[in-house]
Write a protein of this length. Structure first.
Length: 243
């Protein structure tokens, strides 16, 4: 079995999939981003990062410029978990106190997501979370129905150029070939926290100007039983990241 956490890091532009350095650690740049990711951003080319890496391949370049801007702030699984966690805490706080009693804006003091249900400490639990998010993002990328036979061929050819092992490639290809199945995405949301994170990942993977993808997001939010205010909080945090 491949490492789901590593693959998700590669997908999100994080550094866990970076080249090991002399000290045995993965080759991360500042902020937890891999050197290839930073190089891709600096050159504007297709190497590294969300825009030029796995997500860019699956999205067919249709939102690559948007993703390139947001990817600097994303940087991997921890940042995605932080986005979902901050949105969830913001929504929960709004439910606990009337708007008139809300305190004035302050510096963000939201705790880090590490060790919470958004970013579990247990490796097995985090593996399950990573698989659920990967499948959710691939499903979102297929939501507009534009991945035809030629697009599949182009994607598969690009996958051969990336630093992926046989199992990782097989997983992505299998998920791409499957019919769009929103039920499977929803079933993977075993906790309310994971439901929020799946929705956040899906928001980052769609084209906000595509009506079909917007319809998919609306259906996903409904099936995940996300309150309208919580959905809005996630979309607000995602918009900040992609600005």
């Amino acid at each position: 079995m491949f490492d789901p956490q590593k693959l998700l890091e590669q997908f999100l532009g994080g550094g866990r999939g970076g080249t090991p350095g002399k000290d045995g650690k993965d080759g991360r740049a500042a902020g937890g981003l891999s050197p290839d990711f930073m190089k891709g951003l600096a050159t504007g080319g297709v190497a590294g990062g969300v825009a030029g890496g796995l997500a860019g391949v699956l999205l067919g370049g249709k939102t690559s410029k948007k993703l390139a801007r947001g990817a600097v702030k994303l940087g991997g699984t921890a940042a995605l978990a932080g986005l979902a966690y901050k949105a969830y805490e913001s929504w929960r706080s709004s439910q606990q106190a009337p708007a008139a009693e809300a305190p004035p804006p302050m510096k963000d003091v939201t705790p880090k997501p590490e060790g919470t249900r958004f970013l579990p400490a247990a490796s097995a639990e985090r593996d399950g979370m990573s698989l659920a998010i990967l499948r959710a993002m691939i499903s979102a990328a297929k939501a507009d129905g534009h991945i035809d036979a030629e697009e599949h061929r182009r994607i598969f050819a690009k996958l051969d150029e990336l630093d992926l092992d046989t199992e990782e490639k097989a997983f992505i290809i299998d998920e791409l070939r499957k019919p769009l199945d929103i039920d499977a995405v929803v079933r993977a949301a075993e906790t309310p926290e994971l439901a929020v994170e799946i929705y956040a990942a899906s928001v980052l993977a769609i084209d906000p100007d595509d009506p079909a993808e917007q319809a998919y997001l609306a259906m996903l939010a409904s099936r995940l039983k996300l309150e309208p205010g919580l959905r809005a909080a996630v979309e607000k945090e995602a918009a900040k990241m992609m600005a």
